[in-house]
Design a protein around this ligand. Structure first.
Ligand code: TYM
Length: 351
């Protein structure tokens, strides 16, 4: 039985990369799967402990989920801190994972910078909490943008090591399920999660620099399109987006050494839900002076309704909190079911 889990941090503005790389996929997956979508407030403490308005940010991400079309009645929407089992399993995974695994994470290296001794311990252990988010529900599929790929590989490593380390106990207690590990059939407690990454928008780049990903933390607001930007701002940012002087090519091969052009074509493809080649079939041979206004119109058409709905929802924090409370209650039931078994497997008395 597939189960989808994903999370978004409540830091900074949600941008087009978050939307196309992740949230839009969340919406599509809910049609045919059971899904759990989480605002990962505990994760947001790893880089910045003291926030201006963490409650407001958490509600705003929740509003973005709902405004994009996630149905909180059919699926589960909640914030991580409500379900203590995430932190409990993360502790256990801290003891499963090795420091070397964490040290190799490129996101840790980027965020910690040169002064690693001064990075928070939480930043180093970040992927362990992420693995716990997923595995506390024994989720099988995780839609994310390309930048989370390495963390999901680590999640698989943690699941596999837990399954191996405790294989005798898992078998003795009859808690294993049969699963495929590549070609091999194995019996384990935690599933080996599949990432869902891909499509033309798995990695949206900065509008100012085609070699950097679009990011909440980029100091230049012109580098990203925020989900809450109004129509004029969206148009202005696309107009100012960095490009080269050439016309668009008619084949995707022609985008290979043109990162800014490739990014804008990818954004168009993502928004229109077509392939990059389809975009080039329409715009190949055209100048950016033609393509950019078309892209701006499309972006406004797709994003303005979401921004409007987000504003409406944010004006009613009591409703948002009720969604998170209800989702939290349902998530906790599932998570506690897993943790009962985990405690039993390890030998942690909780009776
Ligand atoms: P976060 O909050 O940084 O980003 C949320 C989602 O947006 C995707 N994303 C992008 N996709 C395409 N292009 C971009 N420029 C871009 N920037 C961000 C991210 O890949 C992500 O899917 N560690 C996660 C949060 C997390 C999580 C989890 C995810 C915590 N626990 C469990 C999945 C499962 C993060 O920081 O995402």
């Amino acid at each position: 039985q597939p189960l989808v889990f994903s999370g978004v941090q409540p830091t900074g503005n949600l941008h087009l990369g978050n939307y196309l790389g992740a949230i839009r996929k969340f919406v599509a997956l809910q049609e045919t799967n059971n899904c759990i979508y989480c605002v990962v407030d505990l994760h947001s403490l790893t880089a910045q402990l003291v926030h201006d308005d963490l409650e407001g940010q958490t509600r705003s991400i929740t509003a973005a989920f709902l405004a994009s079309g996630i149905d909180p009645k059919k699926h589960i929407v909640f914030n991580q801190a409500r379900v203590l089992q995430h932190a409990e399993l993360a502790w256990i995974f801290n003891c499963v994972a090795r420091i070397g695994w964490m040290n190799r994470m490129t996101q840790f290296k980027d965020k910690a910078g040169k002064d690693r001794e001064n990075a928070s311990l939480g930043l180093l252990a970040y992927p362990s909490l992420m693995a716990a988010d997923i595995l506390v529900y024994r989720a099988t599929h995780v839609p994310v943008g390309d930048d989370q790929k390495q963390h999901l590989e680590l999640t698989r490593d943690i699941a596999q090591k837990f399954n191996n380390d405790f294989s005798d106990r898992i078998a003795e207690l009859g808690l294993g399920v049969e699963m495929m590990m590549g070609e091999e059939k194995v019996n384990g407690f935690f599933p080996i999660t599949e990432p869902i990454i891909g499509g033309p928008a798995a990695r949206i780049m900065s509008l100012r620099d085609g070699s950097k990903k679009m990011s909440k933390s980029d100091p230049s607001d012109l580098s990203r399109i925020n989900l809450t930007d109004d129509a004029d701002t969206i148009s202005k940012k696309i107009k100012k987006a960095k490009t080269d002087p050439e016309a668009l090519p008619s084949e995707t091969d022609g985008l290979a050494s043109r990162p800014e052009a490739e990014n804008l074509v990818g954004i168009y493809a993502g928004l229109a839900e077509i392939s990059k080649q389809d975009v080039l079939n329409e715009f190949g041979g055209q100048q950016f002076s033609v393509f950019k206004p078309a892209l701006a119109d499309l972006a406004v058409e797709k994003l303005a309704p979401i921004a409007g709905e987000m504003r409406r929802l944010i004006a009613d924090p009591a409703y948002i909190d009720s969604v998170l409370r209800d989702g939290g209650d349902r998530a906790r039931m599932l998570a506690e079911g897993t943790m009962k078994s985990v405690r039993q497997i390890i030998g942690l008395l909780d009776n």
